[in-house]
Design a protein around this ligand. Structure first.
Ligand SMILES: [Zn+2]
Ligand SMILES: [Zn+2]
Length: 282
C-alpha cells in the first residue's frame, strides 16, 4: 500500500504537535516519505497560518530534520499557500525565498469580483452562511462560480504543484444552498478540470472532510475523480493531518475508491521530481 502524505500541519500553524512527532509517526507507519505544508502567512491576521515572523524558523526546522532523518525517511519542505487574487504573494517567490520542495495551492477565501470582500469558506459554519448572505447577497451560484474561477486563476498564474481540497467549497453546504447535481455546477467543474488538465498541477485527494465528519464525500467528489481519470489528471493522496495520528486516516478506504474509479497510480515527490507510484493494497 502506498504510504506517504504531503499535506500536514504542525504547531507552527493550526496543527497539534511539533514536526518531529509527525516524522516519528510516519516512520512507525512505514511511510516512504512525509511532506510538511504549513499554512503560509497571509497579509492579515488570523488564527491558523504561520505567523510571518515564524516562517523562517519553520523552514529552518524542517530543513534540519531533513538532515537528521536522512537515513530513515525522506522529508520534504512545503507550504499550503492561499491564493487570493492581487492579495497573496506569488507562489514562486515564496518557493525561491524559502527553498521549498513543493507547494499546495488552496482557496480558503473567495474574493467577491465587485465588492472585493473575502468569503471565508473554511472555519465555523456560521461564517460560511454569513458570507453567502452578506458578501454574495444570497447568490450561491455566483459565490461558487467565483470560487472555481479563483481556482482556475490560481492554476494559470501560480502553477501550484498540488491543488488542495479541490471542492472544499461544498463543505458547509450540505445540499442547503446549492446542489452539486445542478447543471451550472457540473459546467463550472468541467471548465475548471479542463484548465487543470492543460497544466502540470496535481489534484489532491483529501480525506479530511470525511474523517472529521464534515462531508460525506472526499475532496474531490467521486464524480469529479472520474473526470480527472478520463482527463488523465495526476492525483495524490493526503489526509491534511493536523495531528500525527491523522497521518493515514481513511487512506485504505480511499485507495479502494480510487482503484474502482480506475486509477492505477498516485503521484508523489521523489527528490526533485514528481513520480508515479503504483497503487497496491495489501
Ligand atoms: Zn486547506
Ligand atoms: Zn491544509
Amino acid at each position: 500500500m502506498v504510504k506517504f502524505n504531503f499535506h500536514t500541519h504542525t504547531k507552527y500553524c493550526d496543527g497539534s504537535a511539533k514536526p518531529q512527532a509527525y516524522i516519528d509517526k510516519a516512520i512507525e507507519l512505514t511511510f516512504s516519505a512525509i511532506g510538511f505544508s504549513g499554512h503560509a502567512p497571509v497579509p492579515f491576521s488570523n488564527e491558523w497560518s504561520i505567523k510571518p515572523e515564524q516562517l523562517n524558523n519553520y523552514c529552518q526546522e524542517i530543513k534540519e530534520l531533513k538532515e537528521l532523518y536522512k537515513n530513515k525517511i525522506p522529508i520534504y519542505l512545503g507550504l499550503e499557500i492561499d491564493f487570493i487574487p492581487s492579495i497573496t504573494t506569488r507562489f514562486e517567490l515564496i518557493k525561491k525565498q524559502q527553498q521549498l520542495d513543493y507547494h499546495i495551492g488552496s482557496v480558503h477565501f473567495v474574493k467577491h469580483p465587485e465588492n472585493k470582500e473575502l468569503w471565508f469558506i473554511d472555519g465555523p459554519e456560521q461564517g460560511y452562511i454569513k458570507g453567502l448572505s452578506e458578501i454574495f447577497k444570497n447568490e450561491p451560484q455566483k459565490a461558487i462560480e467565483t470560487y472555481y474561477h479563483q481556482i482556475c486563476e490560481m492554476v494559470a498564474s501560480e502553477k501550484p504543484d498540488i491543488i488542495g481540497h479541490f471542492d472544499k467549497v461544498k463543505m458547509h453546504n450540505r445540499n442547503r444552498f446549492f446542489s452539486e447535481e445542478e447543471s451550472w455546477y457540473q459546467r463550472i467543474i468541467k471548465e475548471t478540470l479542463k484548465i487543470i488538465a492543460n497544466s502540470n498541477s496535481i489534484v489532491e485527494v483529501n480525506t479530511r472532510g470525511i474523517y472529521k465528519k464534515k462531508t460525506d464525500t472526499l475532496f474531490p467528489d467521486i464524480s469529479i475523480l472520474e473526470q480527472c481519470y478520463m482527463l488523465k489528471i495526476p492525483i495524490t493522496l493526503s489526509s491534511d493531518a493536523h495531528k500525527p495520528e491523522e497521518l493515514k486516516n481513511y487512506f485504505s478506504e480511499t485507495l479502494d475508491i480510487l482503484k474502482c474509479v480506475g486509477f492505477k497510480h498516485l503521484t508523489m515527490l521523489n527528490g526533485n521530481n514528481w513520480e508515479k507510484v503504483e497503487i497496491i493494497r495489501n
